[in-house]
Design a protein around this ligand. Sequence first.
Ligand code: PMP
Length: 326
Amino acid sequence: MITDRVYDLVRDDVFLRVTGLSDLNRLYLKLEGLNAAGSIKLKTARSILTGVELSGIDMARVRIIESTSGNLGVALAVICAAKGYRLTCVTDPNANASAVAIMRALGAEVVVIRERDDNGGFLGSRISYIRNRLREEPGLFWVNQYANPNNPLAHEQSTAPAVLDEFHQVDRLYVGVGTGGTLMGITDYFRTHSPRTRIVAVDSVGSVNFGSKPQARHIPGLGASRRPELLAPDAPDEVVLVREDDTVRECRWLARTTGLLAGGSTGTVLAAIRGQAADIAPDETVVAIAPDLGERYLDSVYDDDWVVEHGLGRALAPERPLEEGQ
Ligand code: PMP
């Protein structure tokens, strides 16, 4: 393949079969980390920016601004660099240091908001900051991934059909939820094209997305301290909430058993699957979206000191005492 556009490097056709999680024989991870920009958010960013371009706005006159936990910012920065657009990313201390460094290296302005919102997270504070700047700076354009219909559209048009094209019949599909863009786009597509697929939304304990109590969280990507406008909480068939120590444990299990160094939210969906494995027949086709890779998490999920400092040390203990004879 030869291309002159980095942002066209989307790999929607790579699935890793994972064995050894309970007795599941047909468990597959859709590896979104192989896209340029390193995550599923490349597709979101392309779809959102195409929407802005089609709206007729003079891109030479505006500066795009967006709130991001990291991956969308990197993806927007890739496209904006290639197209010569100006970009400001508003993020917070939970964002991976390397994601922030990448955004800057690609020429984006990055603002890190350190003040927590009323729910103990940062999303409310990031958005207040953007609203204030929009009042003061006429040339700013907020693409707002939390409410932008082109966010779920990206997944309805590419992520979801890519899964169904590969497997034809999918029994269960596990999707992590941040903005809900992936979940809503996938759900819309599967309701029409494969209504018997059970869609399981996976979120972090402490996220308010599905109505539970807000609580501080440390792993970026998944979860929210303010419910995104585009998320309909009753869209999935089921919701599973996962503790961050289980997220860490599963990421590390996956790395050591398969060689795939995955991002935090991949561990979250695996934890949800493991929790339900007793109810899944070994030959059901189970697919989970793996939104990014793990290099950006070496100083968090894969760092023992970070794990202990953030109260997640339970992830480092053996899962259960070895049974006799093992
Ligand atoms: N996992 C990771 C690592 C992410 O960066 C994101 C996007 N913030 C998600 C999961 C959730 O995706 P969505 O915003 O489409 O719900």
